[in-house]
Design a protein around this ligand. Structure first.
Ligand code: UDP
Length: 158
């Protein structure tokens, strides 16, 4: 029973993924969505956001002291919440290292970006951040729960 609850909790893991202005302008939305979708993760929230500078800076508040903070212009975002087992950690793997020069080929930044200041995508870096970022960018009623009929083919019957 405890094990069932653990499985359920793991399946409900969610992360915040955002395609940054450079990714949107370069027409990479469908390419990026498709990588998460083909992996087997489930899209449970999505919107295009044009945030105020103040609001966008809340997202990156932990970087306030860094020299590049003022250059972090989240003026347009394709914001998403993805759900699935291990989605926070694996989402970061799909995205690749912060600096695209150090991202492996096959990752989103490795394949589609060149410099750190235009690395096209954001993904939460841990469970607490994921929770905070989802709450910052989405109201609870903007997130949906549904059964994806492919789930038993992705996770098995357990
Ligand atoms: N960034 C930058 N220069 C740096 C480090 C980071 O422009 O030297 C930007 C980059 O867009 C990065 C964002 O700041 O994605 C947030 O940095 P973080 O260290 O949180 O990396 P991430 O989690 O995005 O990989």
């Amino acid at each position: 029973m405890v094990q069932d609850q653990e499985v359920l909790a793991a399946e409900m893991e969610r992360t915040f993924i955002a395609i940054k202005p450079d990714g949107v302008q370069r027409g990479l939305i469908s390419e990026i969505v498709s990588r998460f979708e083909r992996k087997g993760f489930k899209l449970v929230g999505i919107k295009v956001v044009v945030p105020s500078k103040d609001f966008a800076q809340k997202h990156y508040h932990v970087l306030m002291e860094r020299p590049f903070f003022n250059g972090l212009a989240l003026v347009l975002l394709f914001a998403m919440v993805w759900e699935g087992e291990g989605v926070i950690r694996y989402g970061r793997k799909l995205i690749g290292a912060t600096d695209p020069q150090k991202s492996e080929p096959g990752t989103i930044r490795g394949d589609l970006a060149v410099v750190v200041g235009r690395n096209i995508i954001h993904g939460s870096d841990g469970p607490e951040t994921a929770k905070d970022e989802i709450n910052l960018w989405f109201k609870p009623q903007e997130l949906v729960s549904y059964t994806n009929n492919a789930e038993k083919w992705i996770y098995g019957d357990n």
